[in-house]
Design a protein around this ligand. Sequence first.
Ligand SMILES: [Zn+2]
Ligand SMILES: [Zn+2]
Length: 279
Amino acid sequence: MRNLTNYHSHCSFCDGHADPEVFVLEAIRQNFSSYGFSSHAPLPFSTHWSLKMDDLNNYVETILALKKKYESQIELYLGLEIDYLTDSHNPSADLFQNLPLDYRIGSVHLVEDAFGELADLDVKADLFKEKIATRFDNDLRRTVIAYFDKLMRMLDAGGFDIIGHADKISMNASACDPSVVSQNWYLAKIKEYFSLIAEKQVIMEINTKAYPDKGFFFPNLNHFDLIRQLGIRVQVNSDAHYPEKINDGRDAALDSLKSAGIKEVWELHKGVWTPVAIR
Ligand SMILES: [Zn+2]
Ligand SMILES: [Zn+2]
């Protein structure tokens, strides 16, 4: 059994493709020691991917009931993946702090475009390219910096345990221009941003969602050495939307962490974040 935990997952309450109990049964089947649900938190407008405000209580009660039902077989946890939208709608807001959550993931998916409208940048590469051209003055560098600056505002506001897919924009930015992620300004921004993650002592997930198809971890493998140097806390999450994908990429990520000299991952044990040696 190899650090079989996952804290970033979706289910039918948001854009996941099965009922939460189906994910639980699969996690038990694969001998996971703990499994956490992190549906996309409600936003102040409707999307096809986030939990509806009216379903929030039902989500909380459903996961808490599963936690009890399966407590002799697996440690289940209740979380949310919360967008940093503005200085009032973000993980630190009372709405999310007052819920009985075991943990919170802070993520950025939406960035203000040149017209002040929110643009979803977590989209397929072709659509991303089109948005950069039509909504961001065709300025990839400025868009990438705006994305990381927003994540840094989220870190300053706090109120979350895990930073979600820390550099997800790297995949779409690389599709526009493969050289972007090795340019000096990009690497300097990553260093500034990762230094703040280390300072705030939040856990950085190694998100494996795109690994099987695209070969990308978020954060990128190129930064694992920096993560070690800065002493950032890490864990491996699959960001699964399908039960059969809950363990995708885990072994590769754990091997890569080990190769980079990172020796432990942070797991929940009886509700407490605990460093555990990578096996
Ligand atoms: Zn996300
Ligand atoms: Zn997610």
